[in-house]
Design a protein around this ligand. Structure first.
Ligand SMILES: Cc1ncc(COP(=O)(O)O)c(C=O)c1O
Ligand SMILES: Nc1c(O)cccc1C(=O)C[C@H](N)C(=O)O
Length: 408
């Protein structure tokens, strides 16, 4: 490929874009090193600077000195709902509908089984089909298949483009990834939610690759249930607990398949029978993972003054710029983007398909060796995630230049 802007032109453009970046001050709130271009925040977000001191306080004072008193005095018991509401703001959910805990996989299980059970109304069990996004991250498909076995449903795997047409009177629930983890394709959440609802079915959205990267609008679009992880764009840390959203009017009908004591209306009553709590706590299971949960809470402080619209605008500018730089630097025929060019169809990552699939893993490793950390998804994708809170345009230009050298 040619070099239309020239290296110098693209570098100057990057500098101008960085100077005009409304979010540029945010980078200083993260632990990053200028030698490495970190483009893997769609796998594990970087560490917010405020987290270590907060965790030291949780361990040293709240656990070390207050011990069991911290469940009430340090707000440990109510942390799943409190942190849930903070995530809710970032995904367009009003307070009282989002709870944090467990992994995404476990929350997919709760959401899918509960959605199927919602379809077991007076009309019997006519809705016995679970639709699954054919390109889903594997865990959702595995869990949905198990949920189907447990509830007497059958699984239909459908490309997201065909999902609206595939949903019908037998559909209990559709499980869809908002952003495809491989290609970075953003699916049309409002249209698909409306299409599935028109058939009387429910929809569960997996927001792992969209929470913290773009505006989601769960309430505005009438989404039934949603799940997502917090260790990618929300920077909650390795193994940070996931979240579960249950729309307020559906909460009384949310019959959890994992009704642990934390979801009881009166957990400390220790009653032999389960009476579900009202509201978001109904999605809880057992004792929350307090250290991870409170690390996540501290990580969320970086979002306090952030406008999601600015995040989305920068995300698109970063991915646009990366695509242009890659076009200029990568020799013709060595790699092609599988990420949609249209903004409405793009999440916050770019995936390049390398011409020689067998070299992809080696190329990703070589990029890391040269200070550009993205990742490889088999068989032939190089994946680059762009975190608007800390990725700079200068880094984008550098990453594309190194990529060009590696692929040359
Ligand atoms: C779309 C999607 N869903 C789920 C997961 C993972 O789920 P869990 O948090 O259970 O590991 C990932 C990534 O790990 C993902 O990309
Ligand atoms: N969750 C991960 C993990 O525990 C280890 C390594 C990677 C991950 C990931 O998040 C992978 C990621 N969901 C993906 O999109 O490929």
């Amino acid at each position: 490929m040619s070099d239309p802007g020239g290296t110098g032109g693209l570098r100057a453009e990057a500098a101008a874009l960085d100077a005009a970046d409304a979010l540029r001050a945010k980078r200083a709130e993260f632990v990053l090193d200028d030698d490495t271009v970190y483009l893997d925040g769609n796998s594990l977000g970087a560490l917010p600077r405020a987290v270590p001191a907060r965790l030291a306080d949780v361990v040293g004072r709240e656990w070390g000195r207050l011990r069991v008193r911290s469940w009430s005095e340090s707000g440990w018991w109510t942390a799943p709902e409190r942190v849930g509401d903070r995530i809710g703001r970032l995904v367009g959910a009003a307070p009282g509908q989002t709870v944090v805990g467990d992994s995404t996989s476990v929350n997919v299980f709760k959401a899918v089984v509960a959605a199927v059970r919602m379809g077991w109304g007076t009309g019997g069990r006519a809705r016995d089909e679970i639709l699954v996004d054919a390109a889903t991250f594997p865990t959702d498909g595995y869990i949905a298949a198990s949920a189907a076995r447990l509830t007497g449903c059958r699984i239909r795997t459908v490309p997201v483009g065909d999902l609206a047409a595939a949903a019908g009177p037998r559909t209990a629930v559709a499980v869809v990834n908002h952003v495809d983890y491989r290609t970075g394709r953003l699916h049309d959440l409002p249209a698909l939610t409306a299409a599935v609802h028109a058939t009387g079915a429910r929809i569960v959205w997996d927001l792992c690759h969209s929470a913290g990267a773009l505006t989601v609008g769960l309430d505005a679009h009438g989404v039934d249930l949603a799940v997502g992880c917090t260790y990618k764009y929300l920077n909650g840390g390795p193994g940070a607990p996931a979240f579960l959203y249950v729309r307020r009017d559906l909460q009384p009908r949310f019959d959890s398949p994992l009704p642990g004591w934390n979801s009881h209306a009166d957990p400390f009553g220790m009653a032999p029978d389960h009476t579900p709590a009202g509201g978001a706590p109904r999605g809880r299971v057992g004792t929350p993972d307090i250290l991870s949960l409170l690390a996540l809470e501290a990580a969320l402080d970086v979002w306090e003054d952030v406008d999601l619209a600015a995040v989305r605008a920068k995300s698109l500018a970063l991915t646009d710029f990366f695509l242009r730089c890659a076009e200029a630097y990568v020799p013709a025929g060595r790699a092609t983007s599988v990420t949609p060019a249209a903004h409405a169809e793009r999440g916050s990552q770019v995936a390049l398909k390398v011409a020689r699939a067998e070299t992809a893993a080696r190329m990703a490793a070589e990029l890391v060796r040269r200070g550009v950390v993205g990742d490889h998804r088999p068989p032939d994708l190089l994946r680059f995630g762009f975190t608007p809170l800390y990725t700079t345009f200068g880094e984008v230009e550098r990453a594309a230049r190194v990529l060009g050298d590696v692929l040359a």
